[in-house]
Structure formats: structure tokens, C-alpha cells
Design a protein around this ligand. Structure first.
Ligand code: SF4
Length: 392
């Protein structure tokens, strides 16, 4: 491609010749370290493209240590693309419950169906084809192409951005252009021939294990002799991430509605929404500083029920994308016939523990099932609920 073929934006973001001319020994140093130090992760066993795809989707927004047991259970239950494509949605959600971001699971299943229909069951190796699958963006396409198929495709996640910004001492926010375009171009130009899988994995591993955001372990870094930030003692200056907007506080109340036989009401909102398609404990928005108990009667009335007694169970704090949710949960002894257009079920204790519920609702269910709560026999609102901090 000549300069005449490039837009001003492309020229602005192209790596400069010094960057591209980074000595081959950078890749050699990095790969030598990776071959010795790499973590033994389950999706690295055999690099089955389907398994790599599942792992990359699970790893979006979720840490490696959290993903490992989910990945192993998921692959044990859905060992092939066909198993995933034909799985009942409730079964799929049961194996995803707790990972959050449930759209990922639905997209993965839709993608599996498309691979069966359009690609004869083989996960594509070309980035352009991978990008046509639901839930697969540029990073995920590059990761599947390079890690599963060893195709020379770049990847750029938070770890790789941090390493590249420090090695080349690059100013600007790496998530924004023009630096973002430049980093993609660099990540592509640096891949050594025939080593895309290990090189990309090694860059991510370096970011995760050595080039940490706050305290990079430069003394143990295999590429420190190539790192400009290290030479200048300026590691903390990179990357120059612009702070994201503050998170939004959201207050909600939920009613663990228990009928006479001890079963608990669950609802399944079907329209698009945060947890559409999952079984949920009835819940509603709450004005800040409002005791959840004030909203319970109205909430239960929406389902045709009335409460004869209630007591606090737990308060769960939960983060989803930019929202910080505070969910107050109350046990409510209810009477009446359920009246709603939504799918509902009265779950036994065993079912409540097994069904795919959103993470904060699972936490509420676990607290309620544990039975550790004040006596509610006289129907008064009792002491403030227990508070639990949830990470995800
Ligand atoms: Fe990161 Fe330090 Fe290695 Fe540079 S030398 S890449 S700052 S760990």
C-alpha cells in the first residue's frame, strides 16, 4: 500500500519505522520466556477452535481464575459445537449462571448454530469470517484466528495495550484513536512468521503476569531491555487511560415470595433487558434511601399476591458494566393466586439452588436457603439486612 492509498487518519496512526524495526530478539526473548513460564490453562490443551472460542467469550469481562471452573464444566456438558447448538436454553443458562453478561452465552449458542450451517461445523480461521458471527468483535476474531489456527492476526486487549504503550512509551489513551489504530497496526506488524499463537498469547501473558497495571515486575521482565518506559523509569506514566465516567448507583428491592407449602415464586421476563430469559426473584426499582419494605406490598400486588409477613434477608451489592446495584431482599409470606402475563413457577428449595438465576439473585437465594435471618413471626420489619459485597 502506498501513501496515496492511505487516509490521513491511517498515516497518523501508522507505526513509525523505529517501532516496526524492533529487533527480532524482542520476539525471541518474549517467546523464550513464554515457553517456560506460561500458565497451564485448560483451553491451551490442544487448541481446539471450539474450546478456544468458548474460553475467549467467557474471558470477556471476567478473570482467568473465575473462568477456569466454568469453562471445565461447560466443556464437560457441551463437548462439541453440535452439543452447544442443540442445548435447551435453560441448560445453557444453568452452566453460565454466575459468569454474568448472559448475552454472551446466547450469542455463543447462535454462533455455534451458524458455524454448523454456514461453515460445515468448522470454526473459521479467517478474521473476516469470524467477524460475521454473533458476539465476535475484532479482538475475539483475532484471538480465535491466531490462538486456535495460528493465523497471523493481531489482538489488542487491555494487557497488550499496556505492554505496547510501555515498550514504545506511547502517549495518549490507547482505547481511543489515533493511538488505538496505531496499536492495532503495531500488534500486527510485530507478529513473527509462523508464531502468531505463541506470540499473541505471550504478549497477553506478559501483561497479566509481569507488566501489571500498578507495580510492573520489570526485574523479571523478559523484554525489559527493549522497553523504553523502563529505560526512562517512566512505567507509571503509561498507559494514559482517560478515566471512565463514574458508575451509576441503582437501588432495587426483591421479594422472596414464599407460599404456604414453602415454595418460592420465580418470574421469567422475556422482553429485552438485563437478565431476559433467566428465572428471577420478583424485583423492582427503589428510590435512593428508601427502605425496601416500603415497596414490597406494591411489588407483590403486581403479581396478584399479598404479604402476611415479611423480614429482611440480605442486601447484595453488585456491579454490572457501569451500574452499581444495591439490592435489598426480603422474605415475604404470601397468599393469593399469581396473576401476571410473565412465565412464573413456584420453585422448591432444591430448584431454587439449581435454576439459572442472575448472580445477585443467586446470592439472595443462597442467603434465604441458609436460613440465617431474623425471626419474622410477628410480621414486623426487623433489623437492617446483612450487607454483602459482590465482585461481579
Ligand atoms: Fe512492562 Fe517493565 Fe517489562 Fe516494560 S520492563 S514491559 S514496564 S514489565
Amino acid at each position: 500500500m502506498t501513501d496515496a492509498d492511505t487516509s490521513p487518519a491511517d498515516r497518523d496512526s501508522a507505526p513509525n519505522p523505529d517501532e516496526v524495526a524492533l529487533p527480532k530478539c524482542f520476539a525471541d526473548d518474549l517467546l523464550a520466556w513464554y515457553r517456560v513460564q506460561r500458565r497451564d490453562l485448560p483451553w491451551r490443551a490442544g487448541y481446539d477452535p471450539y474450546a478456544v472460542w468458548v474460553s475467549e467469550i467467557m474471558l470477556q469481562q471476567t478473570q482467568v481464575a473465575t473462568v477456569i471452573p466454568y469453562f471445565e464444566r461447560f466443556l464437560a456438558r457441551f463437548p462439541t459445537l453440535a452439543d452447544l447448538a442443540t442445548a435447551p436454553e435453560e441448560e445453557l443458562m444453568r452452566h453460565w449462571a454466575g459468569l454474568g453478561y448472559y448475552t454472551r452465552a446466547r450469542n455463543l449458542q447462535r454462533g455455534a448454530k451458524e458455524v454448523l450451517e454456514r461453515f460445515q461445523g468448522r470454526v473459521p480461521s479467517r478474521v473476516e469470517e469470524l467477524l460475521t458471527l454473533p458476539g465476535v468483535g475484532r479482538y475475539t476474531a483475532g484471538a480465535i484466528a491466531s490462538i486456535a489456527h495460528n493465523v497471523s492476526a493481531p489482538i489488542l486487549d487491555g494487557n497488550v495495550m499496556r505492554v505496547l504503550c510501555r515498550v514504545f512509551a506511547l502517549s495518549g489513551d490507547p482505547r481511543r484513536n489515533p493511538l488505538n489504530r496505531r496499536l492495532w497496526a503495531l500488534a500486527e506488524a510485530m507478529i513473527p512468521e509462523r508464531h502468531a499463537r505463541d506470540f499473541n498469547s505471550a504478549l497477553m501473558e506478559l501483561g497479566a503476569m509481569v507488566c501489571a497495571p500498578k507495580s510492573p515486575r520489570c526485574g523479571s521482565c523478559p523484554v525489559s531491555r527493549h522497553c523504553q518506559a523502563f529505560r526512562e523509569g517512566a512505567q507509571s506514566r503509561y498507559p494514559q487511560l482517560v478515566a471512565r465516567p463514574a458508575s451509576t448507583e441503582e437501588h432495587r428491592v426483591c421479594a422472596v415470595a414464599v407460599r404456604e407449602d414453602g415454595r418460592v415464586l420465580l418470574i421469567q421476563p422475556t422482553e429485552a433487558g438485563r437478565w431476559a430469559g433467566l428465572w428471577q426473584i420478583p424485583h423492582a426499582a427503589l428510590a435512593p434511601e428508601t427502605p425496601g419494605a416500603d415497596r414490597l406490598a406494591d411489588l407483590l400486588a403486581e403479581y396478584g399476591l399479598s404479604a402476611s409477613a415479611f423480614c429482611p434477608v440480605i442486601t447484595v451489592r453488585h456491579g454490572i458494566t457501569r451500574y452499581r446495584i444495591t439490592l435489598q431482599a426480603y422474605e415475604c409470606r404470601v397468599t393469593g393466586e399469581v396473576a401476571t402475563d410473565l412465565p412464573t413457577r413456584w420453585a422448591s428449595g432444591e430448584e431454587l439452588a439449581e435454576l439459572p438465576l442472575p448472580a445477585p439473585h443467586r446470592r439472595v437465594a443462597a442467603a434465604w436457603l441458609s436460613g440465617v435471618r431474623p425471626d419474622h413471626a410477628d410480621g414486623r420489619q426487623l433489623a437492617l439486612p446483612i450487607t454483602v459485597e459482590e465482585g461481579r
